[in-house]
Design a binder for this molecule. Structure first.
Ligand code: CP
Ligand code: NVA
Length: 307
């Protein structure tokens, strides 16, 4: 049976660590000039996008190509899906041609339906609930920068129900990370549900309203946009709830103390969730995170398409 990657919840801590090891190996190979490997030779991967993407689209397509396979990118608008063909039919048709189907969707349930009807692995390229590939690249970056994951303290400043945060929290709990989130009360995460999804809980999840208290003594400050794709109608209400208190500023970095690093999945809205000088400052590792999307994509493809 095909093994899918819709979220990091079903993966064990050891499987996540193994993926990070493989990603580090791909990175070191590429640094030595070895780009082309052959794991996906003769195979093709469908990539479906319902929403825009720069990093995910580019990194995943290049990963497939460099591993010897053919990435075929479809925007939803150019598929019959946009004229009402059911997902379950799309899944069964694409499975007859492709060796994996990756998709970025508005509603996570659509990915679940795709996976239920697909005979090949399905990969989540971001849904309203999770962004598993982003969290893998993020923990790879933390491992590179800090040399460890266990007992790392990470404070996410922003929406506790954000898709990027959900995946960071699930993986962090498995990996022994102290995950903190600073958000207005109504945007607090469902901590019980995140712990249930993580299954093996070696880390801890703490919710704060005060961002200054949340960042005290942390190794990593992370933020994401206040208005995610699909939430545009809530824009005014969200900006009112989060700004200016939940913006990552130089003062907030200083409040963390020590050698805190700044992370953001990108794209960023400068002046909203983060100040320009933080994003461009010497603590920022955002472009290393973006680069690591390529290496972790390769690790995921190698795991799912192991022959
Ligand atoms: N971080 C991320 O997923 O970026 P894109 O939306 O550009 O793919
Ligand atoms: N939370 C953001 C992440 C973009 C990579 C969104 O869903 O738009």
């Amino acid at each position: 049976m095909a093994r899918h990657l819709l979220s990091l919840a079903p993966l064990s801590r050891d499987e996540i660590l193994e993926l990070l090891d493989i990603a580090l190996l791909y990175k070191s190979l590429r640094a030595r000039g070895v780009r082309r490997t052959r794991e996906l030779e003769g195979r093709s991967v469908a990539m479906i996008f319902e929403k825009p993407s720069t990093r995910t689209r580019a990194s995943f397509a290049v990963a497939v190509y460099e591993m010897g396979g053919l990435p075929v990118v479809y925007s939803r608008d150019e598929l019959q899906l946009s004229r009402g063909e059911p997902i379950k039919d799309t899944a069964r048709v694409l499975s007859r041609y492709h060796d994996a189907i990756a998709a970025r969707v508005y509603r996570h349930e659509e990915l679940e339906e795709l996976a239920a009807y697909s005979s090949v692995p399905v990969v989540n390229l971001l849904s309203d609930r999770f962004h598993p590939l982003q969290a893998l690249a993020d923990y790879m970056t933390i491992l590179e920068k800090l040399g460890r994951l266990e007992r790392v303290k990470l404070a996410f400043v922003g929406d506790g129900r954000d898709n990027v945060f959900q995946s960071l929290a699930i993986a962090g709990l498995k990996l022994g990370v102290e995950v903190r989130v600073a958000c207005p009360g109504p945007y607090a995460p469902d901590t019980r549900e995140l712990e249930r999804l993580a299954g093996e809980v070696r880390g801890v999840l703490k919710v704060y309203e005060d961002p200054v208290a949340a960042v005290e003594g942390v190794d990593v400050i992370y933020t994401d946009v206040i208005v995610s794709m699909g939430q545009e109608s809530e824009r005014e209400q969200r900006l009112r709830a989060f700004l200016p208190r939940y913006r990552v500023t130089r003062e907030l970095l200083e409040a963390a103390g020590g050698d805190v690093i700044f992370m953001h999945c990108l794209p960023a809205r400068r002046g909203e969730e983060v100040e320009e000088e933080v994003l461009e400052g010497d603590r920022s590792v955002v472009f290393d995170q973006a680069e690591n999307r390529l290496h972790t994509a390769k690790a995921v493809l190698a795991m799912l398409l192991k022959s």
